[in-house]
Design a protein around this ligand. Sequence first.
Ligand SMILES: *[C@@H]1O[C@H](CO)[C@@H](O)[C@H](O)[C@H]1NC(C)=O
Ligand SMILES: *[C@@H]1O[C@H](CO)[C@@H](O)[C@H](O)[C@H]1NC(C)=O
Length: 990
Amino acid sequence: MKPNTSAFVAFALLELFAIATVINISFCKGTSCIESEREALLKLKHDLRDPSNRLASWIGDNGDCCKWGGVFCSNFTGHVLELNLQNPFSPDDNEAYQRSKLVGKINPSLLELKHLVHLDLSGNDFQGIQIPKYLASLVNLRYLNLSEANFTGMIPHQLGNLSNLQYLDLTGYWFELHVDSFSWLSGLSLLEHFHMSWVNLTKASDWLLSINSLSSLKELKLSHCRVYHLPPLSSANISSLNALDLSGNYFNDTYIPSWVFGLSHLVFLDLGSNKFAGQIPSGLGNLTSLGHLDLSLNQFNSTKPGWLSKLNGLKYLSLRGNSFQGTISSIGLENLTSIKTLDIAFNEQLGGKIPNSFAKFCKLRVIDVSYVNLSQDISQVLDIFSACVADALESLFLRRSQFYGHLTNQLGRFKTLRALDLSNNTVNGPIPLSLGQIANLEYLDLSNNKLNGTVSEIHFLNLTQLLVFRAHGNSLVFKINPNWVPPFQLAFLELRSCHLGPRFPLWLQSQKKLYYLDISSTRISAKIPRGFWNSIFQYDYLNVSGNQIYGGVPKFDSPSVPLITTPSLLGSIFDLSNNALSGSIFHLICQGENFSKNIEFLKLSKNHFSEDIPDCWMNWPRLRMLNLGNNNFTGSLPMSIGALNSLMSLNLRNNRLSGIIPTSFRNLSILKALDMGENELGGNIPTWIGETFSRLMILNLRSNKFHGDFPIQLCRLGSLQILDVAYNSLSGTIPRCINNFSAMATTDSSDPNSGIFYASSGDNEIVEDALLVTKGFLVEYNSILNLVRSIDISKNNFSGEIPVEVTNLQGLQSLNLSHNLFTGRIPDNIGVMRSIESLDFSANQLSGQIPQSMSNLSFLNYLNLSNNNLNGEIPSSTQLQSFGASSFAGNDLCGAPLSNCTEKNILIPEDENGSGNEDDDEDGVDWLLYISMALGFVVGFWCFIGPLLIKRRWRYKYCHFLDRLWDGCFVRKCYQIFHVCTCVFYVLNQ
Ligand SMILES: *[C@@H]1O[C@H](CO)[C@@H](O)[C@H](O)[C@H]1NC(C)=O
Ligand SMILES: *[C@@H]1O[C@H](CO)[C@@H](O)[C@H](O)[C@H]1NC(C)=O
């Protein structure tokens, strides 16, 4: 037996050696890939643009393609098994994501990779082609990911042939892909993961039945698929499902169908952004494995009791944006002892207080109760969370939740906090020094509270991570050592209306990453330090307006480059307005094209800047608003402003600019507001203003030296709401076509509560403001500008008759034709101008009688017809008689408020002195009256209306007072209140 044994051993060794050799050979062979597959890969590469060079290793005619990036081969056969060409970046990192896309076609040579098991092409840009049908011949595929790769059109049914698929991701981008039937899904019986979010499934009414046949399915993501209806199922085959995302489908169903409650393996359930309403059903309590439950943005108003306590493994719960009523305790959150993220924000009808039971949530990391009416003392909230999670909580969002009381030193115990939002509450008192201990803090928003006291370096002692700090809308006083070097590098700082001054906060110069800075109205009364000037173009948003900053703009040493390269929604804003800056703006406008090229809003108004407006506007190609008004600029208008073809608002008001409007300005074709009032500009009003500025809403050339005719072309400005060419030397007649000002012929406006709106960011809005003279006062409008419609052509040499077409402008509120040479009669049907509040025809040569219809102008509260040749009796109406005699003086009129008409209609001239005195009285400010009226509001309606009923003259004063209120009023609702008040008044007066 022995020799036999040794022979056997020898034989066995030989065989082992042979096997080893074979393995070795095939291993070596495996490392160099199959020729035809390498060629196929090279063809694939050839059809793709690769700006980030991801395929740099894909080279060579006889290289080993198994070693190329993204390619994995079999160790035994050398065939390519995996192709991972997905974008390596997430869309959150937008810039890198865009740059790293492969762009182009998919070469059909891909089919050469017959052994492919895993194909990932996600996050690339295949330029809107259809998903190739031939992919269906890669029958070995177990994993196919084509998500967000710019495929469009119908998803091919042929994919149903990929019977080995376990993972299929066809997530779209914005409904560019669609499916009309899902019958092909039945071929994918092994499918475990199916993602098809953002694909339009409106036509695939069989979607749920087909998916229900996939009994291996573990993960289903169909969010934002436009399905609108979640059907019932008699029995759910997909019972091994552990993740289900059906969010964003706006299901019209009020109730969650009961089959969902049978999916007992669910760990993840997202039903957010649908229209489920009423009580949250207790069936959800069956899903005891749930860790993540998102019911946000539905219309649930309450919840059945008890079910939540069965979900004791729940780590994430969002009930955000529903319509919960009652108190927070009624939701039954108290047993969620595993909870890490709890979001019940934006349930504005929910009240109560954060219950003490929340102190048991020892795993809590994120809690958001913003926009819930909690009316609770903030120190209580800090107490509750100090119990267990003080050293673990990461985010505390308490925005606009009616918290009050003081912040206590407890705050410093939350050492792991990264985000704290207490904004828009009524928290008062000082900020505790212990804030400086929260070393992880990145986001701190204390804005719009009643905080006061001083803020010092100690408050920021260990805040090395701070990125965002908002504290505007408090009465905080910053007392900071000028040599302080902050421990943080902020990105976003908003301290509007805090007290920072009088010195300039030098520590800002250390903030090299700051791109949003609002230190407007912070009582700074100093020069801007040189270092800060050199850095001003790093900002995407810079607002230092409303201070007393003085000095000139220096030559920049080495101008900084803007930090933000991704465009912000808001657009870049640069606001130095309302200060005392002086000298030339040459360096600011002309030095360095790099930094000015992103700025969209530039406001330098209300300073003492002087000299010429520099001619470098080609450096500011994205400007949408340019406001240089209220300075001392001289010289002519620079041609290059005409290069700003994105400009919507140009304000050069109140300078000393001269010369003509350059023809280059006709390129400003999307201008909405043009204000050049109060300068020394001359020449004719260019006819092309009417021809090219088709969107113009405001045209203000007031108080210049324009002469010549009113160009008939201006009639084309159908969007015009405000026309002011008063105080010029214009002559000729008013063209009859002015009834083409269609925006003035209507009282509609797109949004009656808004101004002319350009952009907004958080609490800041960029709206147009306009100065108007109405009812004898200069008024600044902004937030209600959309409502204002006014024509002022006074103090010119216009002649001829008032065209009757003017009465078509039935939305007009103010019409001033005074101090011209108009002759003829006041149009008879003037009474149809129902919106008119202010009418001034004084100092013309109008003749005839006052039309009877004028008494229909029920909103009229300023009228001046004085110094014309009008005659006859003043029509009697409460309206007209409520004006003083001065409104009618200097005519041949009779009747109240002038003296009675005699039978022969021979009129006794007014006592000039008498009426003059009364006039003074009327316009003067009778503070006693106003105070008594204010008291009247407090004491009671009758007390205040009483004196008005008794004394007629006071009534008119009250009207004037309301008028001024209305003028100065920036509150939107004021308009309505005003009219309600006047109506009450007029009713009582009848
Ligand atoms: C092939 O071999 C490498 C290293 O030798 C190993 O890391 C890899 O997992 C193997 N691949 C397969 C598909 O067996
Ligand atoms: C998709 O491709 C089309 C056509 O090339 C292109 O216009 C579009 O911008 C692309 N979309 C995305 C999101 O890349």
